[in-house]
Design a protein around this ligand. Structure first.
Ligand code: THU
Length: 132
């Protein structure tokens, strides 16, 4: 699976977004070494802070299917933004714990703009388990 195909799966996942409050739909797709892909969209709640982002839903879905950090090779995230969407701070913290530090993260929008990064770039000096 190439970068564009993974982004397309994130676009498809985005259509499953439940975002009646922000009206801002996000999709994510997580590629594993065995070729499997886990997707997520944002799922909101009337009690706003209980809402969950697309990236975390994709990661948690993979974990619930027995996958772990070592299984992941890439992640795509897509939103209808002017520039490629970037993961929120909470997602960066979770990604830094559950996703390989130097694996590609494709940040994209619906216009075909893509920016490739890593969680090492997105969250330098991350707080992690070794700090406890
Ligand atoms: N959101 C995501 O799902 N991922 C991001 O990377 C940015 C923000 C969601 C959270 C909320 O449901 C909506 O987008 C507006 O912030």
């Amino acid at each position: 699976m190439n970068r564009e195909q993974l982004i397309e799966l994130a676009v498809e996942a985005r259509s499953l977004s439940y975002s009646p409050y922000s009206h801002f739909a996000v999709g994510a797709a997580l590629l594993c070494k065995d070729g499997s892909v886990y997707v997520g969209s944002n799922v909101e709640n009337a009690s706003y802070p209980l809402s969950m982002c697309a990236e975390r839903n994709a990661l948690y879905s993979a974990f619930m299917d027995g996958k772990s950090k070592e299984d992941f090779v890439a992640m795509a995230v897509v939103g209808d933004t002017d520039s490629p969407i970037t993961p929120c701070g909470a997602c960066r913290q979770v990604i830094s714990e559950l996703f390989p530090m130097n694996a590609p993260i494709y940040m994209a929008n619906l216009r075909g703009d893509v920016k490739e990064t890593t969680i090492a770039e997105l969250l330098p000096f991350a707080f992690d388990g070794s700090d406890l």
